[in-house]
Each structure stands twice: as structure tokens, then as C-alpha cells.
Design a binder for this molecule. Structure first.
Ligand code: NZQ
Ligand code: ZN
Length: 387
């Protein structure tokens, strides 16, 4: 087991109706709030009105229109400008992972005098950030319980995971009823994203029985509950379990004491979203089984055997490589069964920029250090196999 140094300072407030505690929570952070949200879903589900009513005694400045794959320009820059201009005390992010991620970058940028890109690109280390409270409305990223935010910069085709302990939300509200309206497409993409967060931690050199069991159970829970959510979007129990399983995704709890894998599928997917603005979870679902096939070897096969037997119930008496092949097919078939387009061409990506994207990933994501190292040519092959 590896050494670790772990703390998640975020307070989770979970369940039906918990948002009524918002005034009590916000009163600890001051009077001036930057309320951030996306393209309008929070208005359709009545959450915007609810928040405004609960916080009628606060001074609220709004930043709306934060897009999926949140953009540095205009959203982060505009949010930082508003925080400085209005001397904001706290950010309240209401929406999916994109809204929260954008708010994290704003929180750090608001306390920095230079160009916020200096922080996101790790040129400068942040010394402070505004506190963040969030109401998450989509089960997927785990941003509500982690210190990261992923920001896209269109003109340079960058999509960077900006991670700093200063960016943990202070408080996250999770009310599964607000996820009832999430579309089938986003429900399935959220499942694929959360499953991949687990796989990125599962497929590594050195794990523990505890971590493996926790992750195998989480993968099974995500698959079972996603199917239930797709069938009945208002199945509270299924939405609730899905939400909590997603929440653990990226805060390290699934892999305490395990070695690092290098998060290869995320490294590759970030290029797809950056160049083509596709839905993150769909990009991951497409890449994952191709990546698995590509890295399957004498060195990696034992992890696939464990995954295949414990997650998909494949007969352990079979040959190791047979189990691994079946596990990879089962992964592909599950994503396909929940309605995810399983080819890059279906999401508008052809071969024309594969070389450029593979080069960008190889230069920026450090995947030659991954558990199963990937060079530029491997990345290009995985993209090509995904077409
Ligand atoms: O913009 P609005 O109108 O709010 O609509 C959103 C958006 O169109 C909609 N939506 C959200 N909640 C809804 C809803 N529609 C109906 N009912 C609701 N309750 O869903 C669409 C997608 O929203 P988005 O926030 O983009 O989705 P998600 O939560 O999957 O976030 C994806 C982003 O998170 C990053 C991804 O790279 C991507 O940019 N990630 C962040 C991570 C982190 N911070 O730890 C880890 C992940 O690996 C991921 O990379
Ligand atoms: Zn992800």
C-alpha cells in the first residue's frame, strides 16, 4: 500500500428538500453572492426561483450561460470581473459539473491580480480563492466533492483539469429530485463519466482488496441504477444512489493507498472535447473499450480478469485473455445498451485531426508515464480504432 495524505474539507448535505437549509449555510460566508448557472435548466426545474426566494436578504449578482465544457472566454473571465467589481464574498454554483468547474476557476481568479489563465495553466500557484457553495443538478463529474475544475480555451484547443485544494467546495447540496429532469443522453453520459472515473483508478499497478471491492460495487451500482433512471427518470432511490456514487468519483477516496494510473482515458478525451466540443461522458465511453483493447497484455491482463469476474460475473475458470476480451466487450455492450453513440463519427469526429489531437495529448497529458504507457502513436491508434 502506498503512503497518502488525504483530506476532503467539503460538507455534503444530501437528500430531498435539503436546499431549504441554504440561508443557514450561506450566512456563514457573507452577504454578496455570485450566483452562477448554465443555459436555463435550473429555471425550468424551479430551482432558480427557489434559490432567489430563500436568499432574498442577500445581494446577488448573476453569471448565466455557462456552457458544457465551460469556456475560459467568456465565462471564467466574466465571472472574475463580476467578483472583483462587486466585491463578492461567496460563489453559489447551481447546475451541472460545468457550472461548478467554471465557478472554481472564477473563485481562484477573483483573488488573483493577473490573467486567470496563469492559474489554470499552472504557471502561477493560487494563494487564495473565494468560498464556493453548490447545488449540483446532474450526477456525473463528482466536482461537488473534489478540488478540480476542467476549463476549455477554444483558441488553443486546450482543455485543462485545474486542480488545487483551495477549490474544494465548502458545502455541496445534493438533492436527487433535481436530477429527475436530466435527459436520457446526459444521464447515460453521466454514468459513463462516473464509471470511467472509477476505471481510471481501478486499472493500476498496486491496489488493495478494499479499494477493489469498493470500486467493483460502485461500478455495478452505476450500471444497475442508470438503467433504472433511464426507465423511470423519477425513481428517487436510483437517482439518489447514482448521485452519491458519482460524488465519490474524483476525490481520491476510491483509491487511497493505491498507485496512480495516469488517468489515460481522461487525458485523451480532453482533446476530443477541446477540438470538437463533444459531451465528455460520450467521448469517454467511446474511447474506453478501445483503450482497454489497446493496452491488454501479459502485464495488464490480471486486472482485466478481476474486473471481468467481479463486475460482470464472467466465469473465472476461463483463460485469462478470454475473460479480458469478454470484459471489454461487456463494457462496450453496456455503454451501447444505455444509448451512447459508440463511434467518434457519430459525434461528428472524423480522421482529419487525429494526428494533431494525438500530438496535443502526448505533449500535454504525460501518458507515457501511465500504468500502461501511451506514446503519441498509441494515442493516434486508439482514436483511429474509435472512429
Ligand atoms: O446549461 P443547463 O441549461 O443547466 O443544462 C445542462 C447542460 O446542457 C443540463 N442539465 C444540468 N442539470 C440538469 C440539466 N438538464 C435538465 N435537468 C437538470 N437537472 O445538462 C447539460 C450538461 O451539463 P454539464 O454541466 O456540462 O454536465 P456534467 O455535469 O456532465 O459536466 C461535464 C463537465 O465536467 C467536466 C467535464 O470535462 C465537462 O466539462 N468534468 C469535471 C470533473 C471534475 N470537476 O472533477 C471531472 C470529470 O472528469 C469531468 O471531466
Ligand atoms: Zn470525467
Amino acid at each position: 500500500m502506498q503512503n497518502f495524505n488525504y483530506m476532503t474539507p467539503t460538507r455534503l448535505i444530501f437528500g430531498k428538500g435539503v436546499v431549504s437549509q441554504l440561508p443557514e449555510v450561506m450566512s456563514a460566508f457573507g452577504k454578496k453572492i455570485l450566483l452562477t448557472y448554465g443555459g436555463g435548466s435550473i429555471k425550468k426545474i424551479g430551482l432558480y426561483d427557489k434559490v432567489k426566494e430563500l436568499l432574498k436578504d442577500w445581494e446577488i449578482v448573476e453569471l448565466s450561460g455557462i456552457q458544457p465544457n465551460p469556456k475560459y472566454d467568456p465565462s471564467v473571465l466574466e465571472g472574475v470581473r463580476l467578483c472583483k467589481e462587486h466585491d463578492i464574498d461567496v460563489i453559489l454554483a447551481v447546475g451541472g459539473g460545468s457550472v461548478l468547474d467554471c465557478s472554481k476557476a472564477i473563485a481562484a481568479g477573483a483573488k488573483y491580480d493577473g490573467d486567470p489563465w496563469d492559474l489554470i495553466s499552472y504557471k502561477v500557484k493560487a494563494h487564495a480563492a473565494l468560498p464556493i457553495v453548490d447545488i449540483i443538478t446532474l450526477a456525473a463529474t463528482g466536482s461537488e466533492y473534489d478540488a478540480g475544475g476542467v476549463i476549455s480555451r477554444t483558441e488553443t484547443n486546450d482543455k485543462i483539469g485545474y486542480i488545487d485544494p483551495l477549490l474544494y467546495p465548502a458545502v455541496s447540496f445534493l438533492d436527487p429530485t433535481y436530477t429527475f429532469t436530466v435527459s436520457k443522453k446526459q444521464t447515460a453520459a453521466g454514468c459513463a463519466d462516473a464509471m470511467n472515473h472509477i476505471m481510471e483508478q481501478y486499472f493500476c499497478e498496486d491496489s488493495t482488496l478494499l479499494n477493489d471491492g469498493f470500486m467493483e460495487a460502485a461500478l455495478k451500482s452505476l450500471m444497475v441504477n442508470t438503467v433504472k433512471c433511464l426507465k423511470n427518470p423519477e425513481d428517487y432511490t436510483a437517482r439518489a444512489e447514482m448521485m452519491l456514487t458519482c460524488t465519490y468519483g474524483c476525490n481520491g477516496i476510491y483509491s487511497l493507498g493505491s498507485s496512480q494510473s495516469g488517468w489515460p482515458c481522461h487525458g485523451m478525451e480532453h482533446a476530443l472535447s477541446a477540438y470538437y466540443d463533444i459531451t465528455h461522458g460520450e467521448g469517454l465511453a467511446i474511447i474506453t473499450p478501445r483503450w482497454m483493447k489497446h493496452i491488454l497484455s501479459e502485464k495488464t491482463v490480471s486486472r482485466f480478469v478481476k474486473y471481468g469476474v467481479n463486475v460482470f460475473g464472467i466465469d473465472p475458470a476461463l483463460d485469462d485473455f478470454e475473460i479480458a476480451e469478454r470484459a471489454i466487450k461487456a463494457t462496450y455492450d453496456f455503454f451501447e445498451s444505455i444509448g451512447i453513440p459508440m463511434h467518434l463519427r457519430e459525434v461528428g469526429i472524423d480522421e482529419s485531426r487525429i494526428g494533431e489531437m494525438a500530438h496535443h495529448v502526448a505533449e500535454n497529458e504525460g501518458l507515457e508515464e501511465a500504468w500502461a504507457p501511451l506514446l503519441e502513436k498509441d494515442i493516434a491508434e486508439i482514436f483511429t480504432e474509435s472512429l
